[in-house]
Ligand binder design. Structure first.
Ligand code: NAG
Ligand code: NAG
Ligand code: NAG
Ligand code: NAG
Ligand code: ZN
Length: 411
């Protein structure tokens, strides 16, 4: 009897997860979850430890300097012992993730109040709170109405939930203008990346024809949210949701879009396990979000590509680069102008320097498969995903400065 009941419950769970709707999911609580940071400069961390973290934990942020990962309350003791056995010291950057999430909700309602007082506080991005997809549709339509000559809005693709992946095209309608592709929001939880790309869009779209020549002589393809389903889900159900929302029949959902491109696909540092946050998907380009990017190349040749992620304060170029001196010069310049905004330290590095490495990534696919001359990753400021007051706008200024620098360097 009991066994039968368990069996039935299991079958029901399977069916639910296959046909279930995101709206019906429970809101995930991160009460008591911690974020731990290992610092590569402070102690020697053997590769096997980094590999185990990549395999077993949700890695939140990672660069040549540190790796941040999430621990549930029941895992902390075991991991403390494990790291102790290697003499590795760690820093707890967050003691209770849920508390951070609550603070963030409060800050967002604060942004709303400021917005009411002064609608120009974040430029003409007049959102009543952090932008949801429906707010953005209205915003894009407004942009288009104000500036029909330079602004074109297209649905570049649909997700498997039929959500539009919107691309804003800005151009002066010149023949043979070099095209630049920018995306943000490839990972649901990286809200700062979305805001920063929107901020850049905002800063050039309204008055595109009075921008400097190095902006006007390009054709800009801007996708503020490449993973709209993951973004919405991180806003409504699970703040740390990163992948898309493709449903599988087991207990786990979603594919990491940034492991799904057809370049060293599902190689080292991607996962074949659906429950992993870096799951590479059943096939190369199995996902609508990544194939939307691929399909843009059927209509357009791109001279530059920048994918904006959060967090870690880096500008990265592909490795191994065949045009190392150009890539270093441009990314060093981008990092320098970002530092110039308020003094936050940004550094240019190769994408795979130190412990940073990813197969199936869009930046590698652009450079190695499509010969896009300038193909870069920006990791925005900050030490975690959570939105803090004015930091959003500062991040927007930094990313906009970097993109302008790149456009200028291209001529
Ligand atoms: C950790 O440090 C102790 C004392 O310094 C040493 O005996 C031990 O071998 C070290 N363990 C590892 C795994 O490095
Ligand atoms: C911002 O939105 C509010 C409410 O929708 C509206 O009253 C106000 O005019 C808007 N401001 C701008 C600058 O668009
Ligand atoms: C998406 O749209 C297609 C065509 O209209 C439809 O067949 C499909 O059921 C829709 N999918 C979802 C998840 O709504
Ligand atoms: C264009 O608009 C942005 C904000 O909307 C403003 O900061 C910038 O000064 C304007 N540039 C020109 C050339 O008008
Ligand atoms: Zn990302």
């Amino acid at each position: 009897m009991d066994l039968l009941y368990i069996f039935l419950a299991f079958v029901v769970a399977e069916i639910n997860s296959e046909f279930g709707r995101d709206e019906d999911d429970e809101v995930v609580s991160y009460r008591g979850y911690q974020i731990w940071r290992l610092n590569f400069q402070q102690c020697v961390i053997p590769d096997e430890v980094v590999d185990k973290i990549n395999e077993m934990r949700d890695v939140l942020g990672k660069n040549d300097e540190f790796i941040d990962f999430l621990l549930s309350p029941s895992d902390t003791k075991e991991w403390n012992q494990y790291l102790y056995s290697y003499n590795i010291t760690y820093e707890i950057t967050t003691y209770d993730v849920e508390e951070k999430i609550e603070q963030e909700r409060f800050i967002m309602s604060d942004i709303r109040r400021k917005d009411d007082r002064d609608p120009d506080i974040i430029g003409r991005l007049n959102f009543t709170s952090f932008p949801r997809l429906h707010d953005l549709e209205e915003y894009y339509a407004r942009l288009k109405r104000q500036n029909p000559w330079a602004v074109k809005i297209i649905t570049a693709g649909l997700t498997n939930r039929n959500t539009s992946i919107t691309c804003i095209i800005l151009s002066d309608r010149r023949i043979n203008a070099p095209a630049i592709l920018i995306d943000g929001g490839m990972h649901g939880r990286e809200w700062t990346s979305v805001f920063s790309v929107l901020y850049f869009l905002e800063s050039i779209a309204w008055n595109f024809t009075s921008q400097p020549e190095f902006i006007r002589n390009k054709m800009w393809f801007i996708i503020p949210i490449l993973n709209p389903d993951g973004y919405e889900y991180s806003m409504t159900k699970d703040r740390l949701w990163s992948k898309n929302r493709r449903r599988f029949s087991g207990r786990c959902d979603g594919v990491d879009i940034n492991r799904n491109f057809d370049v060293s696909w599902c190689d080292f540092k991607a996962s074949i396990f659906i429950c992993s946050n870096v799951y590479c998907g059943p096939l190369e380009f199995s996902e609508r979000e990544s194939s939307t990017i691929r399909d843009l190349f059927k209509y357009q040749i791109f001279s530059a590509y920048v994918t904006v992620h959060s967090y870690g304060s880096r500008v990265m170029y592909p490795y191994p680069s065949q045009e190392l001196s150009t890539h270093q010069r441009v990314t060093d310049g981008m990092a320098a102008v970002m530092r110039g905004v308020v003094g936050q330290y940004f550094r240019a590095t190769a994408e795979r320097s130190g412990k940073e490495y990813g197969a199936g990534t869009s930046v590698d696919w652009m450079y190695f498969v499509n010969s896009v001359a300038h193909s870069y990753v920006i990791e925005t400021r900050g030490g975690d995903y959570f939105v803090q007051g004015d930091e959003m706008e500062v991040s927007g200024l930094e990313v906009a400065a970097a993109l302008r620098f790149m456009a200028q360097a291209m001529g």
